[in-house]
Write a protein that binds this ligand. Structure first.
Ligand SMILES: NC(=O)c1ccc[n+]([C@@H]2O[C@H](COP(=O)([O-])OP(=O)(O)OC[C@H]3O[C@@H](n4cnc5c(N)ncnc54)[C@H](O)[C@@H]3O)[C@@H](O)[C@H]2O)c1
Length: 279
């Protein structure tokens, strides 16, 4: 974790998606705590039951409220309880929510189950719209508040074995832009996405060949893969007052991978020496 500068001192937050210490949201919560914020932690009821969120709650002195992010009733309850517990409107929200039943059941992109596909979109993308629409109706986010949703490069470019999650991330990023237009104009609320490098978490257990993917992106990115702590730092920056005019953007926190065609490190990989000699 980078050293604290109290960038979020006095701010009230709401953090979705921490299930265990590997979760990106866990790292974000720890960094927000170090930066002086107070926040509520939330996750789906099954994840609160089976995961380790209570440990994080103890460490950061945060209340935990269960919420299925696809349920408007749950979101309404979550937002009103959060404002009550923290004593005012919410300054920042992290949306780190995703799941694909198609990936879990090893479906390929050309053999999708459409019921599962709708669940993927509902959990991983529409939940952001439901959260923002509910928050706006309740006037739950403070003026100049900041919302960040975690995304991935597959929103723009198809990635091997990412199946229907690429479509979900494309929708997620589009919702961030579309809602950013409305909420920004009315309440100066900023909405951005951070597209993170492949990072080993509970969610990536369902991706076959994850290590190959991670090794490839690490070799291609000039700075190497961005780790979970750097993801947390990028989120803190976006939650802070230093980025008050950054909205409707997707920030690639990927060590430069998305901007790279072919890296020296990849070309110099010893596994390709034989091929080079064939030229
Ligand atoms: N790990 C990576 O390589 C990577 C890369 C880019 C983006 N992301 C994104 O980061 C975010 C966090 O994922 P992670 O990798 O930390 O894995 P994770 O499994 O720790 O987090 C995913 C979270 O989504 C929650 N969730 C699922 N369904 C929910 C529902 N109905 N209501 C509320 N919460 C629900 C899970 O309980 C879990 O806490 C996701 O949006 C993921 O797509 C991850």
């Amino acid at each position: 974790m980078i050293s604290s500068h109290q960038l979020l001192l006095g701010k009230r937050g709401l953090i979705f998606g921490a299930v265990d210490p590997a979760s990106l949201a866990w790292h974000v919560a720890e960094q927000c705590y170090a930066e002086g914020a107070r926040f509520v932690l939330t996750n789906a009821p099954y994840a609160v039951r089976l995961g380790d969120i209570r440990t994080l709650a103890e460490k950061t002195g945060s209340p935990v409220i269960e919420c299925d992010a696809t349920s408007v009733d749950d979101l309404t309850n979550l937002l009103s309880q959060t404002m009550e517990l923290l004593g005012g409107k919410i300054d920042f929200i992290l949306h780190a929510v995703a799941q694909s039943p198609n990936i879990r059941r090893k479906r390929t992109y050309d053999a999708l189950n459409y019921h599962y596909f709708q669940q993927t979109l509902d959990i991983s993308a529409l939940s952001l719209h439901k959260l923002l629409q509910t928050a706006k109706q309740m006037d739950a986010i403070a003026e100049w508040g900041s919302v960040v949703a975690l995304s991935y490069l597959a929103a723009e470019r198809p990635v091997h074995n990412y199946v229907d999650m690429g479509d979900a991330k494309a929708l997620l990023q589009s919702i961030a832009r579309s809602f950013g237009l409305v909420y920004g104009a009315e309440k100066h609320v900023r909405i951005n996405t951070v597209a993170q490098s492949p990072t080993r978490t509970n969610a990536t257990k369902n991706f076959d060949e994850f290590r190959i993917m991670q090794t490839f992106t690490n070799q291609m990115a000039p700075l190497g893969n961005a780790d979970a702590d750097s993801c947390a730092a990028a989120c803190v920056m976006l939650f802070s007052d230093y980025t008050r005019f950054i909205t409707m953007q997707n920030i690639q926190n990927d060590g430069g991978f998305a901007a790279t065609g072919l890296s020296d490190a990849f070309m110099n990989n010893s596994k390709f020496v034989e091929l080079r000699n064939q030229n």
